[in-house]
Ligand binder design. Structure first.
Ligand code: FES
Ligand SMILES: [Fe+2]
Length: 324
């Protein structure tokens, strides 16, 4: 546990905010070949992730109900099931039911593990987490840039941060930090919009940029689907399109992993090269430096001008099963 001024991070968190409900990426699609089994720890749960022989990604709770063996360590894919390494019981990847006990012809009724809803999209494998085990309430959006010839092949990167995932999402409603963390010349004028039954949040900040033809107003559009999924788009500079998509996954209530897809329009890559991406990831790393050293404060001291942050905190509450 990291120590800060003699206190642990746990002691410094003034209230456990819990883990919000939603779709979260647990792996990149390319990390899982047919027949491959992986151990995953997400949303405070131990999971076994595997790709069945027919190609589907499956996620089950990891501990075998027989004697509690972790099936993500040494489990084997058998058709559409995963086989426990200890005595060979097989569990169906969709239902979680035990389908075979190789040395017994009767399967106990309780021989079942929890199965998790999985969607593979945007080069990632997403799992639906709901604290009360409710079924999925919304769809994972599709990143259209993946199919659009105007945009380059995406670059990808992962970021592990010892922070509560809500604090990363909060950045999208924090226009003031652009001035201090990202060295913007001023606090950008920002508009906010909430849609889709309140689950979707859009923030647009306007930055003034100098061009040979004089200053232009460049919008930075940030979309957020619930708390764990967001995109950032800038198309305001002619010939320099930028699009980022990320899934931010709670490992537990103090640790987060986010996976990023980074796109630029092909003409941008032609003129600016790979350095273009380096500049963008540097911006994310400036945030990382801040996130990695902060704590979550449940009752922050807000000032009168912090309206967007206050609104964000109210909006975020809906994604928790129990009031934080
Ligand atoms: S512990 Fe899994 S089959 Fe026995
Ligand atoms: Fe930022």
């Amino acid at each position: 546990m990291t120590q800060r001024n003699g206190a642990s991070r746990t002691e410094l968190v003034d209230k456990d905010p819990g883990i919000p409900n939603g779709w979260y990426a647990v792996a990149w699609s390319k990390e899982l070949d047919p027949g491959e089994v992986k151990r995953v720890h997400c949303f405070g749960h131990e999971l076994v992730l595997f790709r069945s022989r027919s190609g589907g990604a499956k996620v089950l709770s990891a501990y075998c109900p027989h004697l509690g063996i972790h099936m993500g360590e040494g489990g084997r894919v058998m058709g559409e099931t995963v086989r426990c390494p200890q005595h060979g019981w097989q569990f169906n990847g969709d239902s979680g039911e035990c389908t075979d006990i190789p040395y017994c012809d009767e399967i106990p009724k309780r021989a079942c593990v929890r199965s998790w809803d999985v969607v593979e999209r945007n080069l990632m494998i997403f799992v639906w987490h709901h604290a009360e085990e409710n079924p999925p309430e919304w769809e994972v959006p599709t990143v259209s840039q993946l199919e659009d010839p105007e945009w380059c092949e995406p670059r990808t990167f992962d970021l592990e941060v010892p922070v509560h995932m809500q604090d990363m999402a909060e950045n999208n409603m924090d226009p003031v930090h652009f001035r201090y963390v990202h060295s913007a010349t001023d606090v950008p004028e920002t508009e906010f919009e909430i849609a889709d039954d309140g689950r979707f949040l859009k923030a647009v900040s306007y930055f003034e940029q100098m061009t040979p033809d004089g200053p232009i107003r460049v919008p930075l559009v940030r979309d957020t689907w619930c708390l764990g999924m967001s995109s950032v788009e800038s198309t305001g500079i002619p010939g320099a399109g930028l699009f980022m998509f990320s899934s931010t996954t709670p490992i537990d209530n103090q640790n987060t992993i986010s996976r990023w897809l980074l796109f630029a329009t092909r003409n941008t890559i032609d003129t600016a090269g790979e350095e273009w991406f380096e500049g963008i990831t540097k911006g994310v790393m400036d945030d990382w430096q801040v996130w990695t050293n902060k704590i979550h404060i449940e009752s922050p001291v807000f000032c009168k001008a912090d309206t967007p942050l206050i609104e964000f905190r109210k909006w975020a509450r809906q994604f928790y099963s129990k009031p934080a």
